[in-house]
Design a protein around this ligand. Structure first.
Ligand SMILES: *Cc1c(COP(=O)(O)O)cnc(C)c1O
Length: 369
């Protein structure tokens, strides 16, 4: 059996180990927030936003951000059907209803026209989820949001390193949410970040993130409202700081891996990969191939072929509306069609050219079969 190729694995250097070791040895007492403060400042600077609040997950960041926007019982939040459930769960936790709309066939991201058509008097927000690093059409979404007076927020969990007309994904909406789960481009094991340049929203989330204790509240153990406990630890932030100091290198390697795949698949017209339209940069968190319907290649044949070669490959997201917690939205034909003929490819930073070659061979084999 050939050695296993994992689909993701963090890139950990002596820097992460040194910072984590220092945090474990010294990051207590008066220094218990040092790495958290440094990580938040470095992250905000990298993104070009004013405020960042580290969290225990992207889900938590979304939960607090949506709560701060006033999403509550009876409200609706619009998002693409092609997604991970983490983008939808916080909406349900707040007593609101996720409204799933179809995606575009080329970007696999929310179709802005479908999003606009789904707006009702109950709509409280639109979530732009930049899937696999691919960018939503932020010009169109922000214009629709402004016209209807509905905030557009970004789930940028998969889009660290992606840029829309020179601005970083996650910095364009009312707020952005990031994930540092072990599979993501920058990791803290588990973790996330809430970012915004809106000071009012920042203050609200800051209070919510501290169990509802307002900044400046002098009384001890005195919550001013019911909040959340989604904090990141100083130990995790130490790893995160080292990672964000290396973000240029981490994103660049993701891009190299994607381009290596694309180059080796050049001329194979029967597959589409993550797009990178003019004026944008794709962080390529997850290189993905979608086979043309006429190839007859299916998710199942791909899974079987990859598993036979001891390669981890991930299925393309099921439409959320097809999953047990939600109600089917059969009108989302693109979201329902794509996953049956697509696969996510391995892309961890330390992947070798040989390993990329093994993956490409499997893909070519599927086409030849
Ligand atoms: C990973 C991911 C999340 C969830 O991140 P957690 O940190 O695990 O909460 C949310 N949305 C998208 C699009 C993701 O890929």
């Amino acid at each position: 059996m050939k050695p296993r190729i994992l689909y993701t694995k963090p890139s950990i250097t002596e820097r992460e180990v040194a910072y984590a070791t220092d945090a474990a040895a010294n990051g207590w007492g008066e220094r218990c927030y040092d790495y958290i403060n440094r990580f938040e400042a470095a992250f905000a600077a990298h993104l070009g936003v004013t405020h960042a609040i580290s969290t225990s997950s992207c889900t938590g960041a979304l939960h607090m951000g949506l709560a701060a926007l006033g999403v509550g019982p009876g409200d609706e939040v619009i998002l693409a059907d092609t997604n991970w459930t983490a983008s939808a769960a916080p909406i349900v936790h707040l007593g609101a209803r996720p409204v799933f709309v179809d995606v575009l066939a080329d970007s696999w991201c929310i179709d802005p026209e479908k999003a606009e058509a789904a707006i009702t008097p109950r709509t409280k927000a639109i979530i732009a989820v930049h899937i696999y690093g691919n960018l939503c059409d932020m010009d169109q979404l922000l214009e629709i949001g402004a016209r209807h007076n509905i905030p557009v927020v970004e789930d940028a969990a998969e889009a660290l390193g992606s840029e829309w007309r020179g601005r970083k994904a996650g910095a364009l909406g009312a707020f952005g949410a990031f994930s540092f789960h072990g599979t993501k481009t920058v990791t803290t094991g588990e973790g996330g970040m809430f970012v915004t340049s809106n000071s009012t929203l920042y203050e609200k989330v800051l209070t919510l993130s501290n169990h509802g204790r307002a900044r400046g509240q002098k009384k001890q153990f005195w919550p001013d409202e019911i909040g959340f406990k989604y904090k990141m630890s100083n130990l995790q932030a130490a790893v995160g700081l080292a990672q964000i100091e290396r973000v240029g290198e981490l994103v660049e390697r993701k891009r190299e891996i994607f381009y290596a795949y694309r180059e080796q698949l050049a001329g194979v017209n029967a597959v589409a990969m993550n797009p990178e339209p003019e004026g944008t940069k794709n962080g390529f968190w997850m290189p993905t191939v979608v086979f043309a319907p006429e190839t007859g290649v299916t998710r199942e044949t791909l899974q079987e072929a990859f598993s036979a070669e001891n390669i981890d490959a991930r299925v393309f997201f099921w439409p959320l509306s097809s999953l047990p917690p939600f109600e089917e939205v059969a009108a989302n034909t693109t979201a329902y069609d794509l996953p049956g003929r697509a696969i996510n490819l391995p892309s961890y930073h330390d992947m070798t050219a040989d390993e990329i070659g093994r993956v490409v061979e499997v893909l070519r084999g599927c086409l030849a079969a």
